[in-house]
Design a protein around this ligand. Structure first.
Ligand code: AMP
Ligand code: ZN
Length: 117
């Protein structure tokens, strides 16, 4: 996916402040953090969103991404909990069309989950 921002970060064409990397997964600091701790965890292989997940091929990497969240939060300044957000599609306000989990946290609670309408 030549034109995909996170594919380009995954293959090193665009720099990122990496905090974790293995053969399947990359985690890095969000460029515009919404909280003192704001990481993004991505599969290196292009998956557009949770709406396009193929169960047989994508479930293992999704599981590994979630399983890493606690460790990444602890190691990066949010040891007492964190929130994982995966925005999906237009309704979910997904801006980058490469599946990513936001890990947000810091020293203070991140606040209510959503503003009620
Ligand atoms: P979403 O709205 O869930 O698609 O979130 C996309 C996130 O990617 C936003 O929080 C952006 O700040 C972040 N972002 C965009 N470009 C970069 C980049 N080059 N490096 C790190 N984070 C980025
Ligand atoms: Zn991609």
């Amino acid at each position: 996916m030549d034109n995909c921002l996170f594919c380009r970060i995954a293959c090193g064409q665009i720099p990122a402040r990496k905090v974790y990397e293995d053969t399947e997964i990359l985690a890095f600091h969000d460029i515009n953090p919404a909280r003192p701790v704001h990481l993004l965890v991505i599969p290196k292989r292009h998956i557009t969103s949770l709406a396009t997940v193929v169960e047989e091929t994508d479930v293992p990497v999704l599981g590994r991404m979630l399983a890493l969240a606690s460790r990444l939060a602890s190691e990066n300044g949010s040891p007492d909990g964190f929130r994982v957000i995966i925005n999906t599609g237009r309704i979910g306000h997904q801006e980058v069309q490469h599946l990513h989990a936001h890990i947000v946290g810091g020293p203070d609670p991140v606040g209510p989950m959503l503003k009620r309408v």
